[in-house]
Design a protein. Structure first.
Length: 160
């Protein structure tokens, strides 16, 4: 029963409005880029670890990308949790606004620069590694279930 409740709670996360305007703009640009790449993006997904990723995206062949948005240098410097995401994706990117000091982003991860209209991958990561099949399946199912719940909640906001 607790797992079901966690999934319901997670289905509300995309609409909580806690992002800064800059982070929201970067998220929108990344979403557009991922859609152009034929990926299906889901925002604010809570992993088994309890950590919540900014964007997780499923590719046409089942690939999984995680994008961590950093809206400012302070945001980047005060966040040490991003390395925990590496075990949950095939590829990992930081996404930053155009004026972000890009040289601070480690070379072993990917880098996306985005605004609210578009985004561009400036660098692929060196860390990129395939996920174990069991974890890929679990994450794919979790994404599908959360996305379906979010759609249904949008269609029927009075649901419990």
């Amino acid at each position: 029963m607790a797992k079901f409740s966690d999934e319901i709670e997670d289905s509300f996360q995309a609409f909580d409005g806690r992002q800064s305007a800059t982070a929201a703009a970067v998220q929108r640009g990344c979403g557009r880029l991922l859609a152009q790449m034929n990926y299906s993006a889901l925002t604010e997904l809570t992993l088994q670890t309890g950590r919540r990723v900014d964007i997780i995206a499923l590719g046409p062949k089942g690939e999984i990308i995680i994008v961590e948005i950093k809206s400012s240098l302070t945001d980047y410097l005060t966040d040490g949790k991003w390395e925990e995401y590496l075990d949950y994706c095939d590829r990992f990117y930081f996404a930053v606004p155009p004026d972000f000091p890009r040289e601070v982003i480690p070379v072993e991860v990917g880098l996306i620069v985005a605004d609210k209209y578009e985004a561009e991958i400036l660098r692929e990561g060196e860390h990129d590694a395939p996920l174990p099949p069991a974890r890929r399946k679990a994450l794919t199912l979790q994404c599908a279930r959360v996305a379906a719940r979010r759609v249904y909640r949008f269609l029927d906001p009075e649901q419990i």
